[in-house]
Design a protein around this ligand. Structure first.
Ligand code: LLH
Ligand code: MG
Length: 388
C-alpha cells in the first residue's frame, strides 16, 4: 500500500434485486409482494487497486450528476483527503439546481470512508474514534396503513409493540398515519395509537412518536400534551421543519423533548440554528440527510458542545459507523418494521445484514474492514443492467 493513493475510477452500476416493500404516492414505505427493483452501487477505486463501495438508489447518482459533480472532482486526487473532497463537492451543489442532493453527496462520502477502511484493514467506526462496540436499537415502525392486521388501528399498534418488546427491542418509535391513508392526518387517532402502545408495553419501555409532518401548531401542541400524559420519551416532526419558529413555539410549551430537524435542508448549519433558537431539545442527524459521515460527525460534536443529546436518523452502514465512532446517540434506528414484513430477511445483493439484533436488543459494530457492508458482488455483477 502506498502512502498516497490517487483515485483512478468512480463508477455506478445499476442492478436488479428483490424488494418486499413498496412506496405509496407520498413516499412512505409499506410491506408489499416480492418484486424486482433497481438499486445502484457506487465504486471508487484507487491507484493501489483498493475499492470503496456504497449502495444507493438508482436515481441519486445519475450519469450527468456523477460526471459533473463527483468524478470530475475525485479523479487523480488523494483518496484519503475526505474533508477536502467533501468540501469541494458540497460547494458544487449550489449550482446543481437541486440535482446533486445531500443523499448523493452522502453516498460518495461513505464510499470514500469505506475505501479508507478497506485500505487500512480497519472498520470505519474505529477510524471515527471507536466509542463503543454495540448500541441498543429502537424499533421504528412503518407509517400507518389500511392493511387488515397491519398498522390500521390503534389496537394493531399495541399488538405489534408487544411483539417488538418480546423480540428484544428496548424502545419503540411509532410512525402513525399520514396521507394518502384515507382518514389521515388525525391527531386523535395518533393519540389513541400511542395510548394503545403504552398500554401494551407497560410504563418502563421508552416510546417515541414521529407523527404527520404537517400539523398546525395547535394540533401539534395538543398531541404533544397527550404524549406527556403517556410518558413518551420524544416527539418528532409533527410540523413542517422549515419553520424553526414553530418548533421553538412548541418546545417552549412542552415538557416532552422535541427532536429535530430530520428533513430540514441545511446540513449542520440548520442544526446549529435549531439548537441556538431553542427549537429542539434533542438534535437529529443522519448520513442520508446531511451528506455523509463527514458532516454527521460534525453535528454529533456540535451537540456535545451544547451538552445536548444527538440521535441518529435512520439505519444502515453509515449511521451505524457514526454510532460506533462516538458515545453519543442513545439508539440505532432499526426499521422500518411492520407485522407483515420480515426485516431480518437478507436481500439477494447482500450476504448478511449489517444490523442483526441480539437477544438483548443490541446491534454490534461490524468487524469487516471499511463500512462492513457484506455485499454479494457476484450477485450484483450478474444482475447489473447499466453502468456509467
Ligand atoms: O415518512 C416516513 O416514511 C418516515 O417518517 C421515514 O421518513 C423515516 O425515515 C423517519 O422519519 N424516521 O425517523
Ligand atoms: Mg423521522
Amino acid at each position: 500500500m502506498s502512502m498516497t493513493a490517487v483515485i483512478e475510477s468512480v463508477t455506478v452500476s445499476v442492478f436488479r434485486t428483490v424488494s418486499k416493500t413498496s412506496r405509496d404516492s407520498d413516499g412512505h414505505t409499506h410491506p408489499g409482494e416480492a418484486h424486482e427493483v433497481r438499486q445502484a452501487l457506487l465504486r471508487i477505486t484507487d491507484s493501489d487497486g483498493a475499492t470503496g463501495y456504497s449502495l444507493t438508489s438508482a436515481d441519486q447518482l445519475r450519469e450527468p450528476i456523477l460526471a459533473g459533480h463527483v468524478r470530475n472532482h475525485l479523479l487523480g486526487q488523494d483518496a484519503s483527503r475526505r474533508e477536502r473532497l467533501w468540501q469541494t463537492m458540497a460547494q458544487t451543489q449550489r449550482g446543481s439546481g437541486g440535482g446533486f442532493t445531500d443523499r448523493a453527496l452522502g453516498t460518495v462520502d461513505m464510499a470514500l470512508w469505506d475505501l479508507e477502511g478497506r485500505r487500512l484493514g480497519m472498520p470505519v467506526w474505529k477510524l471515527l474514534g471507536g466509542g463503543r462496540t454495540k448500541v441498543p436499537a429502537y424499533a421504528s415502525t412503518m407509517c400507518g396503513d389500511e392493511i387488515p392486521g397491519g398498522l390500521a388501528t390503534p389496537e394493531d399498534y399495541g399488538a405489534f409493540a408487544a411483539q417488538l418488546v418480546e423480540r428484544g427491542y428496548s424502545a419503540i418509535k411509532l410512525h402513525t398515519w399520514m396521507p394518502p391513508v384515507s382518514f389521515a392526518p388525525d391527531t386523535g387517532m395518533d393519540a389513541k395509537a400511542c395510548a394503545a402502545v403504552r398500554e401494551a408495553v407497560g410504563p418502563d419501555v421508552p416510546l417515541m412518536l414521529d407523527a404527520n409532518h404537517w400539523y398546525t401548531r395547535l394540533e401539534a401542541l395538543a398531541l404533544g400534551r397527550s404524549l406527556e400524559k403517556l410518558g413518551y420519551y420524544w416527539y418528532e416532526e409533527p410540523m413542517e421543519e422549515a419553520s424553526v419558529q414553530s418548533y421553538k413555539w412548541l418546545a417552549d410549551q412542552l415538557d416532552i423533548p422535541v427532536i429535530g430537524p430530520e428533513t430540514a435542508w441545511g446540513k449542520g448549519y440548520a442544526r446549529a440554528e435549531w439548537i441556538v433558537a431553542g427549537a429542539c431539545d434533542i438534535v437529529r442527524a443522519g448520513v442520508g440527510d446531511l451528506g455523509g459521515i463527514t458532516p454527521t460527525m460534525k453535528v454529533v460534536h456540535l451537540a456535545e458542545a451544547f451538552n445536548m443529546e444527538c440521535e441518529i436518523h435512520g439505519g444502515g452502514a453509515g449511521n451505524l459507523a457514526v454510532l460506533g465512532g462516538t458515545i453519543f446517540g442513545r439508539w440505532y434506528e432499526r426499521g422500518l418494521l411492520h407485522p407483515h414484513y420480515d426485516y431480518d430477511e437478507v436481500p439477494p445483493h447482500l450476504n448478511s445484514r449489517i444490523d442483526d439484533l441480539d437477544a438483548e436488543g443490541f446491534v454490534h459494530m461490524p468487524t469487516l474492514p471499511g463500512l462492513g457492508e457484506d455485499l454479494n458482488l457476484d450477485y450484483i455483477e450478474e444482475n447489473t443492467i447499466a453502468s456509467w
